[in-house]
Design a protein around this ligand. Structure first.
Ligand SMILES: Nc1nc2c(c(=O)[nH]1)N[C@H]1C(S)=C(S)[C@@H](COP(=O)(O)OP(=O)(O)OC[C@H]3O[C@@H](n4cnc5c(=O)[nH]c(N)nc54)[C@H](O)[C@@H]3O)O[C@H]1N2
Ligand SMILES: Nc1nc2c(c(=O)[nH]1)N[C@H]1C(S)=C(S)[C@@H](COP(=O)(O)OP(=O)(O)OC[C@H]3O[C@@H](n4cnc5c(=O)[nH]c(N)nc54)[C@H](O)[C@@H]3O)O[C@H]1N2
Ligand SMILES: [Mo]
Length: 563
């Protein structure tokens, strides 16, 4: 689906996605859908902005997604609200699916999800009968040890109700960064070349070997989140990691269990950082390669809806910096594989020649249309790209049918306990961006919110712990401990606290758990056990925060010159 289609849905199921803080432009479409009469169901453990305008807010207990989604499917089945014609013509494995789903009655999950069975039934009815229901999901689904299963379970809802392959229906992963979709499209994944072409399929590999004049490995690589383990614990010499080239990433801030990340960075023999700012990881780097920022170079981004868009250089870079592609080309040439591109269009043309799904997306076409959504296979003007997938119920599986998939719920790995009685979930801050190199260097945004960040805590928990709004508190897990400020709020329920991962002092990744989903390898950032303690001597704690901030700013070379 395309982002603009959101506003024409008859119902939006917004599941673990906080557009108002994460993607304000997409969030406008949600507001507009509501204005145009759409029904809105928000599934989130917090009262986020979407919950405030929703027709129903299912304020589930964190970590219980699959219980709820399976129960929604159960209610749709039980009430006979399926699109049986669509299921019959366009899907497989419905019977196996029913077999697993039948035990997930709304009544059986009400206690664990903390959602009354009647509300689950009502939401299921609304979703199944609107005629044009669309699902949007985000990190409230993905950042769990059981994430891919929940995505598939949400897809089940779309198949069983025929909410696919038509405008303003379907399931939308509202992907995080402006170009995270583009990074995947370009093959920045361990198991595929550009265009999602598997490294293990011999014909594909041979195609790339021929184009590039090299021999390529037939083994998939590993994901970012597996690096610490491969550095610290891998016994097999051929799989050990000794050198680490990090480009546009700050694992020493954004990866889980930072103590382990630091240990792995220290153990690596050689670390290179290619970035536009100094960051925490840079402090472990042997070499830093300074690159240009988004307004200093040109290229192509892919939006979360598969739409390729051109980005253009607005200002001349200053200082000794190069574009990312120029740095890569020079490095490659120095290592004995000459890469000679004169501009990004030459790189793009090589890409589309090798990727059938992108073959029709010339620079000229992107220029003309503003945005071209893949698949777009033909260079001619008639092929304008694909706004939504699965038209006429056609799916990418060999027999063209969708596949139902059901499985049982698994609880998060580290549950609240006697020593760490609260659960910690980590989310986003509207005024700051990811590891905060970009926004932390901006005085205006720092004036909006600054270190040591916040922990959202319910008034019941705060009262019981003797904590007042705005006071500094200590928050700890089995893995680490940091200082942050209490945000006592009615937006969260008792028992669960929420930190944003943008803060260098209140760095929640000192606390998070490094386990991940077996398929996506995304860490369980949204659930670990923690405790919060009050701090008696607030003045001393404020001093300590100031001292820590000065130290970090020095290490990150932050001056107040930056506007
Ligand atoms: N201002 C700003 N914008 C950003 C970013 C930023 O750092 N700052 N980061 C960007 C990136 S990288 C990404 S990936 C996106 C992410 O954007 P979102 O997908 O919106 O990510 P979050 O805010 O982490 O989580 C979404 C919601 O999931 C809820 N949640 C937590 N646990 C559960 C659960 O068990 N079930 C359900 N159903 N919901 C749960 C949280 O309460 C939260 O409201 O934002 C992007 N946009
Ligand atoms: N606890 C917790 N941790 C999380 C998350 C969470 O919800 N909770 N979310 C996770 C998610 S979804 C994500 S996507 C990650 C994000 O984490 P990261 O990817 O580490 O963070 P970013 O701030 O997006 O950018 C990383 C670096 O890229 C640099 N950079 C920006 N533009 C350019 C450029 O054009 N070229 C180069 N070479 N460098 C550039 C920035 O200065 C920064 O140092 O964090 C993850 N970590
Ligand atoms: Mo992300």
């Amino acid at each position: 689906m395309g982002v603009p289609e959101i506003e024409d849905a008859a119902l939006l199921l917004v599941f673990g996605y906080n557009g108002a803080d994460s993607h304000p432009i997409v969030a406008r479409r949600i507001v507009r859908a509501k204005e145009k009469g759409a029904k809105l169901i928000c599934v989130d453990p917090r009262i986020i902005e979407t919950a405030r305008i929703a027709d129903m807010h299912l304020q589930l207990k964190g970590g219980t997604n699959l219980l709820l989604v399976n129960a929604l499917a159960n209610a749709i089945l039980e009430e006979g609200l399926c699109d049986y014609d669509f299921i019959e013509k366009h899907s497989n494995d419905f019977d196996q699916f029913k077999e697993i789903i039948k035990k997930y009655t709304p009544e059986s999950v009400a206690e664990q999800t903390r959602i009354p069975a009647a509300d689950i039934r009502k939401a299921a009815r609304m979703y199944a009968t609107s005629g044009r229901s669309m699902i949007l999901y985000g990190m409230g689904v993905c950042q769990f040890g059981q994430a891919v299963d929940v995505v598939k379970a949400l897809a089940n809802l779309t198949i069983m109700t025929g909410n696919l392959g038509r405008p303003s229906t379907g399931i939308g992963p509202v992907r995080g960064q402006n170009n995270v979709q583009g990074a995947c499209d370009m093959g920045a994944l361990p198991n595929v070349y550009p265009g999602y072409q598997s490294v293990t399929v011999p014909e594909i590999r041979e195609k790339f070997e021929k184009a590039w004049g090299v021999k390529l490995s037939d083994q998939p690589g590993i994901t970012l989140t597996m690096v610490p383990h491969q550095v610290l614990h891998e016994k097999e010499p051929s799989k050990q990691i000794h050198a680490y080239y990090i480009m546009g990433e700050d694992p020493a801030q954004s990866d889980p269990d930072l103590a382990e990340v630091r240990e792995s960075l220290e153990k690596c023999d050689f670390v290179v950082l290619q970035d536009i700012y100094m960051n925490k990881t840079g402090q472990y780097a042997d070499v830093i390669l300074p690159a240009t920022g988004w307004c200093e170079h040109e290229g192509v981004y892919t939006c979360c809806d598969r739409g390729f868009q051109r980005i253009r250089k607005i200002i001349e870079p200053t200082g000794d910096v190069k574009t990312d592609w120029d740095i890569i080309s020079r490095l490659s040439t120095a290592m004995g594989y000459p890469m000679k591109y004169n501009n990004t269009e030459e790189i793009w043309n090589e890409l589309i020649a090798l990727c059938p799904g992108f073959a029709g997306v010339t620079y000229a076409k992107i220029e003309r249309q503003g945005c071209v959504q893949w698949p777009c296979r033909d260079k001619g003007v008639e092929d304008t790209g694909t706004v939504y997938l699965h038209k006429d119920g056609k799916f990418a599986n060999p027999d063209g049918k969708a596949k139902f998939f059901a499985t049982d719920w698994r609880p998060p790995q580290e549950l609240e306990n006697k020593d760490y009685p609260l659960t910690l979930c980590t989310v986003r801050e509207v005024g700051h961006y990811s590891v905060r190199t970009m926004t932390g260097n901006c005085r205006t945004l720092r004036n909006l919110e600054d270190e040591p960040g916040w922990v959202q805590i319910s008034s019941a928990d705060a009262d019981a712990l003797g904590i007042k709004h705005r006071e500094l508190v200590r928050i700890s897990s089995k893995r680490g401990s940091v200082i942050t400020r209490a945000n006592v709020t009615e937006r969260v329920k008792e028992g669960a606290v929420y930190m944003t991962y943008q803060w260098w002092i209140g760095a929640c990744n000192e606390l998070t758990n490094g386990v991940f989903d077996p398929i996506s390898k995304t860490p369980e950032y949204n659930y670990c056990a923690c405790k919060v303690e009050n701090i008696k001597d607030q003045a001393a704690a404020e001093n300590e925060v100031r001292r820590l901030y000065e130290e970090i700013r020095r290490n990150m070379r932050i001056t107040d010159k930056a506007g």
